[in-house]
Design a protein around this ligand. Sequence first.
Ligand SMILES: [Zn+2]
Length: 512
Amino acid sequence: MARFYLTTAIDYANGDPHMGHAYEKIGADAIARYRRLRGDDVWFVIGMDEHGQKVQQEAESRGRDPQDWVDEVAGRFVRVWDRLQISHDDFIRTTEPRHERAVDALIEKIEANGDIYTARYEGYYCDGCEAFRKESELVDGRCPLHPSRDIQTMEEENYFFRLSDYRDRLVAHIEAHPEFIQPVSRRNEILRLLEGGLEDISASRSKVSWGVPFPGDPDHTVYVWFDALPNYISAVGYPGQEFFDRWPAALHVIGKDITRFHCVIWPAMLMSAGIELPATVWAHGFLMIGGGKLSKSEAQLLNLESLIERHGPDAFRYVLLREAAWDSDRDFPGVQEFLDQFDARYESDLANDLGNLLNRSVSMIAKYRGGVVPRAAVPGTGTTLETDLDRSGAEALELWTGAMDALRLHDGIEAAMSIVRAANGFIDRSQPWKLAKDPDAAEELEAVLGSLVRALVRASVALSPVMPGKCREIWDRLGGEGPLPGPGDIDARIPTRIADSRPGVLFPRPEA
Ligand SMILES: [Zn+2]
């Protein structure tokens, strides 16, 4: 059983969960569920980044104790992840003692390797990034990611990490491991950045009290990024022996705006501490609306909870991953265009194509065969009742596997939906209602009805990483037993009798 340790970026506890957070969790969850279906030993971790200046300021502005405040924020995130059926195995919070222990141990290793020194720093600092910025990085004197904020100048005596020493080793690793940074556009960006050389970075702050005390110097706290990145090792028990049961991570899923931290700083920290690097860092693009610039009332329409309730959590997961390719950006011109596309996608793909296929198939099997699912072969005769639909469905599953292995989630969904569309076309062409009236066509009718069930099982297995709840419902309605089969044992586990032939509605249409 292949081990597959998968993480997402931990979310910063200074606001409410929004669509960007949800998109990342949903995509990573689909990968985790796909890997479990394939039989991998998956360990999936998400969590919260709870230290730092912005969290401290937010708590202070509310007159709240910072720990009390982050407890409340973490609770809000966890409730949304439950509603979205995120199947994480652990939830790491950087204020937990197990995390602080790991940060301590990691910094001590890095220090023992001679990579920590003190220096006075004077330069530009962006509050939004909580990061120092070089003059050459500013656009019109402002941080390009936070153009509405004034850039600060900051002078501090800090502990520094000798990042500059790792440039050549990083380049060598990235060149030797094309899978390390994906997609390839992000890999090229990082290689270009490394060409320009690296400067050492601050590992501590002396003026931020809400953080992990710097080992051996309680007047300093660990700089928020230096504290956040090690969550990937603290969550699996670093520095304990059990750490080696999970590490190295197979995949860090992150947003494309934090590649510098994950593809440069984090691997350099690990190299310094003598820890193996993660196999792959995947930087997904952004789902944007109106280029990210929304009025307050527009932003309210995108309230995460109301979007989830619009057509339910499965549909929300489906539409996000179907509309925004996992390896690039998707920008909708405005909120209304996004909502229209959301509704159109729900109607066409889910209510019409998938929902109707289930209803038509189940009701025909009930009507023409009393609910008994026809088998793929006539027992004892060697006669196969497989159809073109079986053949195209098996091919689509191959495409699906290739796409999901390559993390092209949108292509995986397309492959799954091609089975659904092919099955609807197959019903229209083969006209089972006519075959049912012709006693000589009994075997052909068996073949048609049986292959519809097999198509539905294939499609629901392939869609289950994206729509776990609804695919489980389809499996139950078809009379499936136990959990959904993996792609390798679909043929052995085709249901034999429809469990429930009532034409219940899988994807109800919203009332006009
Ligand atoms: Zn910034």
